[in-house]
Design a protein around this ligand. Sequence first.
Ligand code: SAM
Length: 225
Amino acid sequence: SADHHAAAVDEYLEQRLGLRIDALEAGREHAHNAGLPRIEVSPAQGKFLQLLVEITGARRVLEIGTLGGYSTSWLAKGVGESGTVISCEFEPLHASIARENLQRAGLSERVEIKLGAAQGSMESLISRKSAPFDLIFIDADKRNNVRYLELAMDLARPGTVVVLDNVVRSGAILDAVADHGTQEADVRGVQDSLQWLRDDPRVSATALQTVGAKGWDGFALARVL
Ligand code: SAM
């Protein structure tokens, strides 16, 4: 199938471009062995995040959804030694595996993992008048995307880049919301967040589809005005 082919091409690209970095692959393995779901970004997407951080010169990055710290590691590589990544995760096991992985990759000095529901962590950053973030990567429970986007506006400055992952979901984004199950809540969450990106005057946004190791999906990219 085309999906299978795209996955093989991704593997080829990962090899040719050297995107499987030992220190980060070890962390992925550790996470999988600990039973964490294999839902992290692909190596090519991870490197894309690092490059986005570097291209924009971002020094302060906020991530919503840490899992085992794989995307966190790429973001942390991007901000460099004097940069900061704050990543929000509410599963204690995920957070502790991520901390171990970041430690082993030599990136823990520049990363702070906030354990707890992301909404609360973002609210406390806002109430403590956190310095604005240069880039915000939203990759957690999709049903709360709009909430995260709203909170992100209070943690941003003009020019802040916002990346919203998994906006295509193998085309499920086109589905009408049939009932109130988990899948439907997440599809609705993504649909609502795309509408929000169009309607909110504080952002300018687009979305791109992707194929490869993660199947058919895509991400939205926004700039805070
Ligand atoms: N960004 C990670 C990567 O690419 O390596 C993958 C993140 S995974 C798709 C989503 C993560 O968000 C999971 O670890 C999940 O436990 C976490 N999560 C889900 N709902 C959350 C919430 N309300 N607050 C904080 N974390 C949440």
